[in-house]
Design a protein around this ligand. Structure first.
Ligand code: F58
Length: 815
């Protein structure tokens, strides 16, 4: 299908009229924010019909549809991306320039849609872009948080969390869909009753209700006329007046309902790879799951008369275990609303649900106290209990007397509902997000499940959308690539391979590096404006941007910076390849050690940046409020991509792919998708160091890591570690970084040695950094390395990932 046409003159006219409706006389008088809003509305008017048509077609052609269920969608800004996908960017740029207005500045008026924490939420956003761009019918389903991810402000080197009221000025792209409101029940109790046929039916009573109101956001496919939908649910109280028209719940519970409605959608939990067993979080999960499934089944029944065909037309993909209650909720709908027998309902459910795992970090695995779960969701709990009873008795039959199987696989265990077992048992598909990650799942975390049903398991290595992270984020490079190989790469990233012959062409490499330099200047401007720091665009831009977490080892990076600074401090005139170390990322608000690491980075930055003796050869920058919109600028400008997690801990990583696509060279461990990145680009075009996942896991098993020995035997490491507690970076409070010092030598929780092995990998990391330095000095060699990274990044498009999900799991057909 041809792309849809945006009429520039109509857009001008309607934007102007919309401004006038607000008593603004036109483009000249309007603020940039007002123009953004009016322009977005006028644009929406032009694509609305295509959006509606996509939905009509899906229905008329009775298409199978994926519901991508996710607590998080980290969309970033929409306007720029929409213009690109509509093919209208150039025209709108011209339109605005008629009034002396710069499109980039208009785009910057939009608040990031930060409805996610990090990788998991951004992956969901990339998947939606790919689904729409590849002509697949899809819904993203989530929550319309009033406050998304907090805004990070750095004050005196500390992270401060400021609420992000992103909807303050409304969202011009969204559409409220009152006709699809659903009612969600919490609390109460169940009661058994015999019906006419003598069958027991369970009645849920005494509950309170909350309304789920959908807001739809367009997901515009790349120049193909397809517009899918991100549907995020808003919780609203059932007003007294309306009560009568809804199910007979507990009227006295109306207050609880009102409070719940106000809090459910209030805020995104700012956790990353960490689970907090808060009741509100379970409410959020059930809220959007129940609303989505009620609507999905209803929608299916609008065009079918037999519920048994559901798995042929609907697939529910659970983004981690957060929506795993889907398994029980779908059972509830089929049993209670459609009167199916257990076995029929179970057959349908387990042919409809699929689950993706995103982490092996034990502290991320979700478990709910049975007591809490059963009080909040009594009927759903009853169903979970029955699923568990049947599953466990099957296990006992298959492995008589083997309690270890129950311990590892039961859904209900030691007073808790375990969501990963629920997701696995209730799904026909379980996948990891990079080859190494999936192997670890099969061999370790989910070993017994894998033994039981190997056919369920598969790997789907993550990907990213080149439309945002190259076309939009790095237009210079995007245009240059198109000049050389045409624009096929925009929908088939493997075509980047065709650039490879140019790796031998000095002129092409020079141009490639000139683009890198222009992007470094753009980032240098950003840093000057936001941090007041001057950075040298000819220095190595060595970048680590991602959520702050011990396993990601920002600490290892800053310790190495401290080590380099010690060298310069001793010999300020030594030959030194100028380096700019750039950090960015948020720490979860309750994660003290991660927050202290931010403070350490900022203190180190202050001391080093202010030291005139070293003549600017080393600079350290912490970019405030790392988010999708500034990420685009950062990736484009990076030389070195720091991917230094403790091997086995990073499920995949996707930042690593964005760097690679933009011509940064990976400095990393053999973890997550780094393994596949190295496989694609060749080990000679990356800097790999540190223990392998197997070595890490062996140390974990043997519990034989002794950081004190390294501390005693290596003087340079000792000097760095001692600087954490001798006031070198915190003269006003020498004890400030004591917790970090302790974490390196012992683990706070278990009293064991640092479970992230920072010091054990330090020497190998420092050696890899030396190889970086050496390679960078040889301009031609570096250019070829960086270039090969871009040229070999084709595998890491989310288009490829989506095609694999479609082929192996979803079985959708292109529209
Ligand atoms: C991330 N997980 C993985 N979780 O860490 C990363 O390796 C992977 O590339 C990415 O998923 C996509 O597969 C992640 O971002 C969260 O942020 C959760 C938020 C909710 C609480 C638990 C962690």
């Amino acid at each position: 299908m041809a792309g849809l046409h945006i009429d520039k003159e109509l857009l001008r006219k309607r934007t102007d009229e919309l401004l006038k409706l607000q008593m603004i006389s036109g483009f000249q008088e309007a603020t940039e924010e007002q123009i953004y809003r009016a322009l977005a509305m006028a644009l929406k008017e032009q694509f609305m019909e295509a959006w509606t048509n996509t939905q009509k077609r899906v229905k008329a052609e009775d298409r199978k549809m994926v519901y991508y269920m996710s607590m998080e969608f980290l969309m970033g800004r929409a306007l720029g991306n929409n213009l690109i996908n509509l093919g209208a960017q150039q025209e709108v740029r011209e339109l605005l320039s008629d009034y002396g207005i710069d499109l980039n500045r208009i785009e910057e008026q939009e608040r990031d849609w930060a409805l996610g924490n990090g990788g998991l939420g951004r992956l969901a956003a990339c998947f939606l872009d790919s689904l729409a761009s590849l002509n697949y019918p899809a819904y993203g389903c989530g929550i319309r948080y009033r406050y998304g991810m907090f805004r990070q402000v750095i004050e005196d080197g500390y992270q401060k969390e400021v609420p992000d009221y992103w909807l303050k000025n409304g969202n011009p792209f969204e559409v409220r869909r009152d006709s699809h409101v659903k009612e969600i029940h919490f609390g109460g109790y169940t009661r058994g009753e015999y019906d006419e046929s003598g069958r027991v039916r369970f009645i849920h009573e005494g509950y309170y209700s909350v309304l789920a109101v959908p807001y739809d956001m367009p997901v515009i496919g790349y120049r193909n006329g397809i517009i899918d939908t991100l549907r995020i649910w808003n919780a609203e109280p059932v007003e007294q007046l309306e009560l009568a028209s809804f199910d007979a719940g507990d009227y006295a519970g109306a207050d609880a309902a009102k409070n719940t409605a106000e809090t459910i959608c209030k805020v995104l939990y700012p956790n990353d790879n960490h689970y907090t067993g808060k009741e509100l979080r379970l409410k959020q999960q059930y809220f959007f799951v129940s609303a989505t499934l009620q609507r999905a089944v209803e929608r299916y029944m609008e065009t079918h008369d037999d519920i048994h065909g559901l798995p042929e037309k609907v697939v529910i993909q659970m983004n981690d275990t957060h929506p795993a209650v889907s398994v029980a909720e779908l059972m509830r709908i089929l049993l209670d609303d459609y009167d199916l027998e257990w076995d029929e309902a179970w057959d349908i459910t387990t042919r409809t649900c699929a689950y993706t795992n995103h982490t092996i970090m034990a502290e991320a695995s979700e478990k709910w106290p049975i007591d809490l779960f059963s009080r909040l969701l009594p009927r759903v709990y009853q169903i979970v209990d029955e699923i568990n009873r049947r599953f466990v008795s099957g296990i006992r039959r298959r492995y008589p007397g083997d309690e270890s199987k129950i311990r590892s696989m039961a859904i209900l265990y030691e007073g808790q509902v375990r969501m990963a077992p629920l997701a696995i048992v209730g799904s026909f598909s379980v996948n990891g997000v990079a080859r190494l990650h999936t192997e670890i799942l099969e061999k370790r975390e989910f070993k017994d499940f894998f033994e039981l049903s190997p056919e369920k398991f598969s790997n789907k290595t993550n990907g990213i959308t080149q439309r945002r992270f190259l076309m939009h984020g790095n237009p210079l490079l995007a245009d240059w690539i198109t000049q050389h190989i045409g624009d096929g790469w925009t929908t088939d990233l493997t075509q980047l391979k065709r650039l490879l012959p140019l790796a031998e062409d000095p002129k092409a490499l020079e141009e490639f590096m000139a683009i890198k330099r222009a992007n470094k200047l753009r980032l240098a401007d950003y840093i000057r404006e936001n941090n007041g720091i001057e950075v040298d665009p000819d220095s190595i831009f060595d970048v680590q941007v991602k959520r702050l977490h011990e396993y990601k080892r920002q600490l290892l990076n800053i310790l190495h910076v401290m080590y380099l600074y010690n060298k310069l401090d001793d010999f300020p005139d030594m030959p030194f390849v100028p380096r700019t170390f750039i950090f960015g990322g948020k720490a979860s608000s309750g994660y003290q050690l991660a927050k202290l690491t931010i403070k350490l980075i900022n203190n180190v930055a202050k001391r080093i940046n202010e030291d005139e003796r070293i003549q600017g050869k080393l600079k350290v920058v912490f970019i405030e409020d790392y988010r999708v919109s500034n990420a685009e600028i950062i990736f484009a400008a990076s030389d070195v991509s720091e991917q230094i997690s403790t091997a086995s801990k990073e499920a995949s990583g996707t930042g690593n792919m964005k760097f690679m696509l933009n011509g940064a060279v990976t400095l990393g461990t053999m973890d997550g998708a780094n393994v596949e990145i190295v496989e694609e680009v060749g080990a000679e075009n990356a800097f790999i160091f540190g223990m392998s996942a197997d070595e890490v896991m062996a140390h974990e098993r043997n519990n034989d890591y002794d950081p004190m020995r390294i501390f005693r035997e290596n003087g340079e490491i000792r000097r760095v570690v001692m600087q954490l507690v001798n006031g070198f970076y915190s003269p006003e409070n020498p004890e400030l970084f004591r917790p970090i010092y302790d974490s390196l030598l012992t683990d706070r929780v278990n009293g064991r040695a640092d479970t992230y092995f920072n010091l054990l990998d330090f020497a190998s990391y420092a050696a890899a950094q030396e190889r970086v330095e050496e390679a960078y000095q040889d301009k031609k060699r570096w250019a070829a390395m960086a270039f090969r990274n871009t040229a070999c990044s084709g595998k890491f498009s989310s288009d490829r990932t989506i095609e694999e999900y479609v082929r192996d799991i979803w079985h959708l057909e292109k529209m």
